[in-house]
Every structure is written in structure tokens, then in C-alpha cells.
Design a protein around this ligand. Sequence first.
Ligand code: UDX
Length: 481
Amino acid sequence: ASSGDGGAGGRRSRRVLMFPLPFQGHITPMLQLADVLRSHGGFDVTIFQSAVNDADRPARHPAAAAAGYRFVTVGAGVAAALAETVPSKGTNSDFAGIILRMNELLRAPFEDSLREVLAEDAGGDDTPAPPCLVVDSTLRGMQEVASRLGVPTLSLRTGGAACLVAYMAVPELSDKGVLPPPSRDPLQLDMPLTELPPLRLRDMLFSATSTHATMAACFECIIESIRCSSGVIFNTFDDLESSELQKIAGGLSVAVYAIGPLHKISAGLESSLLTQDRSCLEWLDNLEAESVLYVSFGSLASMDADELLETAWGLANSRVPFLWVIRPNSVVQGSGSQQEQVSLPDGFEEATRGRGMVVSWAPQQDVLRHRAVGGFWTHNGWNSTLESICDGVPMMCRPQFADQMINARYVEEVWKVGFQLEGKLERGVIQAAATKLLRMEEGREMRRRAKHFKDRAAVSTENGGSTKAAISMLVDLIKSL
Ligand code: UDX
């Protein structure tokens, strides 16, 4: 445990409680934030983890437990019901419905766990200052429980600020009849949204299987959660999204703390749910600077067997060196079942020998930071997008659901550090895109712009920088709650 006084005189450190949504893209930034709060504020940190997905974390992450982080498992009694909420259809999962259901299932067990944790602090000579809870912005139910028990809350929004601005506009777009789209006609979906430039109607679709009502309810839950908190924390930085951050502060009347890029300021507490294959870093050591395309679609997105085939031949035909992550269970067969082991087409290995490597999970942040990597083919989850920008790596974008389309649109149209691959995924399109990104002037121009943001991100974390200042204000706020 830490030894800081947490601003509470002679008492023990203020305890910060944290509750991430139990998916990789949400756990990682929460644990990074834990590290930042501990090192900058001297807070003790207790992390609630739901009995799904990451339930064996302390056993698998002895370093985190040894470093003094405490993990409390919530919902062991409803583990079977929770397991049903794990996205099982890859990209076609009803993500909005999953979030709402998880809120329902976790509310009562969380109340029990929180009461127990609060009871531990009561009495004794070294009673710590009352704790506060940093909760993932999707877990509105947990925030309501905490408020009812008198625990102040802060909201962690793990997506970008632009995405939240778009979600804030959904009630107005629904009232106007713009959403849900009257049809899935591609021409109509390409319609620009005058309320949210440069977004188009198609960028707001969230998921192919979530209904508009479920999606709107999910966004309402996020927005209410932020509105009812003492402040919202973003893993972004001012120079990237300043006008969006201002819109949120004004629109929701809430204190906003942009303290990203978190992966550049935290000590790298182990947070990966899958084992990272580090041998790819040695492989990259032997390749030329900025020559390699890194291909990965995060922890949830999937592709079908046909897309796998097109991707394989697109990469092979491009002649560009590549490192490709094919996650277990990420290829969906025609029957809807997922294959743990994926077979690549005959001839692919020979065609790419010496310039291609396939792994099942990579140490992504180290890969993007490697001098050999010159481009990233990504699904544009927010962590991947930010990690790429902050290491000056331009992107080819293939967003699939949730915030990914919004992020990809900003990459292409606002930051101009990449371009989208739209329409059917075909080998010729992939080959041309990889060549453009790695070998042509257009790609080099995008890389120069990405490097500009990399420099701005670095400046933001130094003394006098916006991120450094926001962390200090956040620590003061937590001490004052
Ligand atoms: C999810 C949503 O899909 C995304 O849209 C939302 O913004 C966050 O939650 P995910 O799809 O997993 O996240 O994508 P992303 O946000 O990019 O997070 C993936 C994380 O896994 C990154 O931090 C990345 O570094 C890590 N990763 C990915 C690895 O460590 N190894 C890999 O091989 C691939």
C-alpha cells in the first residue's frame, strides 16, 4: 500500500475504489489510471472486478497484487448469468444490450461488495478518509449504488471525446427522425450529419444487432453516469480533441479531466487478458525502419472466413512486410461458430516467408513503438487509435462497431493520419491500401502528421503540459471529495 497522506492529515491514504467494464479495452485504461493516481496522489487503490472475463486476475497478475493493488471480485453468485453477457458473436454481438444487462446483473452484488469494503474502513485509530469510486462510464448502475451509499464518484470514459459528443446528439437526432435511419440504403447512410461534422449517418450505427432503442438507452446510461459524477476522466489530450472536450464540459456541466495518453504516463501495470507473444519484437528488430504493416483488430472484433482469405492474399500480394494478429476465436464460420485454430490458405506461408509473421496476441504498445513499424491496419478501438497516434504510426481503418466508426472518421477527416477501407473486403483493395500507407507519398504525409501528434502528446505530459496539469487537478479533486 502507498504511504501518501492523501491530504487527510494523520490519517491513512484516501482509498480510491475502481470498477472497470470487464473487457480488455476498458480494463487497460482503468489499470493505467490506477497507476497514475497512485504515483501522483499516493492513493491506495482497490479494484472491483466482475466475475466474468478477468475474474482470475490476482492469480494471473501477481505483480499487480504484489504492488499493493487489491482486487475484489463482484458477482460470483451470478457468474453463470454474467458469462452469458460475454460477446459471443464477435462483431455481430448486441453490445448495447450487453452493457445494459451487465448493469442489471452487477448492481445487487456490487452493493454487497461495496458495503463490505466500506465496513472495513469504519472504526479504529487510523480510519482512512472516506473512499471515492472511479467507475467506467457505462456502469451507471454501480454509480447509483455508490451514490446511495454516500460514496462520491468519478466517471472514466474510455473512448474519445469526439465519440461522446456524438452520443450526446442522439436524442436530438432521434427527435428529428434522422435516427434510426429509415433504410440501410448505402447512399442514405453516406449522408453527412450536419449536426456532427464530419460524421455521416453510417458512423452512428453502433452495432448491426443492437436496436435503436437499446442503443439510445445505453448512451443515456453513459451520459447520466457522467452528469451525476464529480468529474469525467478522458484518455485523450487537449491538442487532439480540445473543441470536443469543451463541448462536453459545457453540454454536461461537468468537470473534464483529459489525462491521456495514459499508456505513456503509467508504469505499464500488466493488464492483458491474453498472453502476449513477445517473439515478434525480436523479429521486428531485423526489419527496416518504418517498413512493416501491423495488423490487429483488438479484443472483440471478428472476421468471416472469406474476409480472412482476402486479407491473407491482400497482404501476400502487397509485398509489404507485416505482423498480423489473429486472435483465437476471432474468425467466424458460416454456421456462426468460431474457430479457435485458424487455418491460413495453402501457399500463404511460402508466399510471405521472411516478411510476414502471424501471432495470436501481440504486445501492441511495444509493437507500435518499434522503429520497424510504419503503418497500422486497425479496427479503431479507441485504445488502438490513441496508441497509434501517440507513436506517430498512420492507419488504414476498418471499423466494425461501437465508437470505432467515429474514431476512424476523425482519423481520416480531422487528424488526417489515415484512411478508411470501405465496402467489401477484397484482396486488391487491401494490396493497394497497404502499398499506399507504407510505400507512397500519401502515406508518408500521414506519417508526418501522426508524428506531429506524437510530439504534441509528449509535450502534454511534461511539466507545463495540459495532461500534467489535468492530473494535478484531478488529484486535488479526489483529495477534496
Ligand atoms: C473495445 C471496443 O471495441 C472499442 O471500440 C472501445 O473504444 C474500447 O473497448 P477493443 O475492441 O478491444 O476495445 O479495442 P481497443 O480499444 O483498441 O483496445 C485493445 C487493447 O488491446 C489495446 O490497448 C491494445 O494495445 C491491446 N492489444 C490488442 C494487445 O495488447 N495485443 C494485441 O494483439 C491487440
